[in-house]
Design a protein around this ligand. Structure first.
Ligand code: ADP
Ligand code: ZN
Length: 634
């Protein structure tokens, strides 16, 4: 700070701005929204005035407006061009399309442009006419591009740098990009140009890295709550056919909705996608083993069509800013709570009700433990990984509010949410202390009886007194633990074992995943540790997400409650939107989001004035589409 440019900018308080450059005015005129959300207003004021900012806000929190509105305000105050650094080349086209739809002059520079197109963008930028320029991080080190920025700067036309997905600068984060390291150059070369960095990654290590590596020591830090109140968390126990559980979940609750299903392996992605298709779901696979062109095509379809279910490994997701993803389902356990939060966070960016659903079982626990054990990493690192997995397992086994636990993990205190499975249908619990002791002593007997080790299936057979070939072969009918657990069904024994493994009292070994006792098992055997377990539930009945009652199979759901007539209008508006989107080569939500269309359908406006009052209808869109919409509504 302290330089001439900064001082002038810093005095540019909202009150001094010309009326058309005031943030509230821009929010309403350009984006059609009536009020800022949460910290948006403070962030925007701070950046408009020339301050640096680091914004930590959850996915769907509304980060884009935090730099787009300052960019527009400063451009309208003759401050020139905002450069937006984003790693997501594939999405720049849509982001720029959305701004142009709203009447904001924006463009991107990346390798997909022809020489002629790039030259045109550069002219627009150099003239200062451009409000926002999106660029990939590697461009920032390109000498020619830097010379252009220098020239803008000399003429007072370099307004602001916005660094999106700022966690990419951190090796701790999940998306490290080495090109981001070069962005410290922005501060060194243009100290008087304000910068705003944004991320949805919450943890302390990443945050510290961002500040240090992007030289944001002077920046004001804005931390929002990481709660996503519209997401309903549900974790169910895996039964013997998890894919059927998934299908039932999709069919019962998400008829024709867009969603993402995460699986751990490429093979499982392919199989699950095929299987869903055969069950009549519009599913597509996505993983790093697919051809780049196929991946791109599937991603495009997911973004552009209404009701695609993307079955994917975690290779899919970063920068998917499709606002109306209605569910994220996990068929396999994620690595840790950070991953679970990131992945589920891709649901419901538009703020309408959405589901985070996961099915999880004994094999997940065993697999994740084994992956850590077998990784080549050092012991210290593995210890950290195990601790993180334990926290996730505790979340999965929890009998109290999932959200309270999730937020507590990120250091936020909260109270029972009323919108997770455990809050909606509190699970019955039972005292599993005795059962756990029986199970552990059975493993102990195996061990005593010739040092042999066995897996879960055999263990449970012996406990329940089931005669099998293996039982006869090893003479296990003579064990003192033979049949001592006949009173409990197999599912319940699996739950006990899962808990014991989750808690680290039992571990598995080798290819056959045989079971062995950890030292800590002794305390449980002695009855010194009480185990409170969930009663295994068979797909707990619960209310649907509160939405349209008119939803039936074959029809997509509306994001808000609509009666039958309104539902019909909603469908008509969507058909109209699909045509416009196709004509413009943009995803439908860039034209209008579902929430906005649903609101139009509900209010059924009869004049442009009434239409203008609907959230999401800005001046430019009203002018471009207003008459047509009134005609569609009839
Ligand atoms: P993020 O980048 O933080 O994930 P976005 O910027 O994509 O979130 O915003 C999420 C959604 O919320 C978008 O659909 C956006 O249009 C909407 N939104 C953001 N701010 C507001 C606001 N003040 N009023 C109404 N809708 C908003
Ligand atoms: Zn809850």
């Amino acid at each position: 700070m302290g330089s001439r440019g900064r001082t002038i900018a810093a005095s540019m308080k909202s009150a001094d701005l010309s009326s058309d450059a005031r943030p509230q005015h821009i929010l309403h005129e350009v984006f059609g929204y009536s009020a800022f959300r949460g910290a948006q207003a403070d962030i925007v004021d701070h950046v408009v005035a020339g301050g640096d900012a680091l914004v930590l806000m959850p996915t769907g929190g509304g980060k884009s407006l935090c730099y787009q509105i300052p960019a527009i305000a400063r451009h309208r105050s003759q401050q020139g061009v905002t450069v937006v650094v984003s790693p997501l080349i594939a999405l720049m086209h849509d982001q720029v399309g959305a701004l142009e739809e709203a009447g904001v002059h924006a463009a991107f520079l990346n390798s997909s442009l022809s020489g002629e197109q790039a030259a045109h963008v550069e002219r627009e930028m150099m003239s200062g006419r451009l409000v926002m320029l999106y660029a990939a991080p590697e461009r920032i080190t390109n000498p020619r591009f830097l010379a252009q920025l220098d020239s803008l700067q000399e003429r007072g036309l370099l307004s602001l740098f916005a660094i999106d997905e700022a966690h990419c600068v951190s090796q701790w984060g999940h998306d490290f990009r080495s090109e981001y390291l070069a962005l410290s150059l922005l501060h060194e070369r243009y100290p008087e140009v304000p910068r705003i960095a944004l991320t949805a990654t919450a943890d302390d290590l990443t945050r510290a890295d961002i500040i240090e590596r992007l030289r944001l020591e002077e920046a004001r830090i804005f931390i929002s709550s990481f709660d996503r109140p519209n997401i309903r968390y549900t974790i169910v126990e895996k039964d013997s056919k998890p894919r059927d559980q998934l299908l039932r979940f999709i069919q019962d609750e998400h008829g024709e909705d867009a969603g993402v299903v995460y699986c751990q392996s490429r093979k499982k992605v392919d199989e699950t996608a095929d299987w869903l298709v055969s069950a009549g779901i519009k599913a597509l696979p996505y993983h790093a083993g697919l051809d780049a062109a196929v991946r791109q095509r599937h991603q495009d379809r997911f973004l552009r069509e209404d009701s695609i279910v993307m079955v994917a490994t975690i290779a899919f997701g970063m920068g998917i800013d499709k606002p109306d993803v209605r569910f994220v389902a996990h068929l396999d356990l994620p690595k840790n709570i950070e991953s679970y939060y990131q992945e589920t966070g891709r649901a419901g960016r538009d703020g309408a009700p959405a589901d985070a659903w996961m099915t999880y079982g004994l094999a997940d626990v065993v697999n994740q433990r084994r992956m850590i054990d077998e990784s080549p990493a050092g012991e210290e690192f593995k210890k950290g990984q195990r601790g993180k997995l334990d926290a996730l397992l505790a979340l999965a086994e929890a009998t109290d509010c999932r959200r309270v636990r999730l937020l507590a993990y990120f250091g936020e205190l909260s109270t029972a949410c009323g919108n997770c499975d455990n809050c909606l249908v509190p699970p019955a619990t039972w005292d599993g202390t005795d059962a756990a002791r029986k199970l552990l002593s059975c493993i102990y007997r195996f061990h005593q009886n010739g040092g042999q080790r066995f897996g879960a299936g055999h263990l449970i057979d012996v406990l329940r007194g089931k005669v099998t070939d293996k039982v006869t072969q090893y003479g296990h009918q003579s064990l003192s633990t033979w049949g001592i657990g006949a009173d409990l069904p197999e599912t319940q024994w699996r739950a006990v074992l899962r808990q014991l493994i989750a808690l680290g009292h039992v571990f598995t070994e080798g290819e056959y995943m045989t079971l062995a006792l950890a030292d800590s098992a002794r305390a449980v055997l002695k009855g010194e540790v009480q185990l409170l377990l969930r009663v295994p539930s068979v797909a707990p009945k619960r209310g649907k997400l509160s939405r349209s009652s008119g939803t039936g199979k074959g029809k997509s759901a509306a994001p808000i409650e609509l009666d039958e007539d309104a539902m019909e209008r909603f469908e008509q508006l969507k058909n109209w939107r699909a045509e416009v989107a196709k004509e413009h080569g943009l995803p439908a939500y860039v034209i209008f989001q579902n929430v906005t269309l649903a609101e139009m359908a509900r209010q059924n406006p009869q004049s442009l004035d009434e239409l203008a009052g609907i959230s999401g209808v800005g001046a430019k869109k009203l002018e471009a589409y207003g008459e047509e919409i009134l005609r569609v509504l009839g």
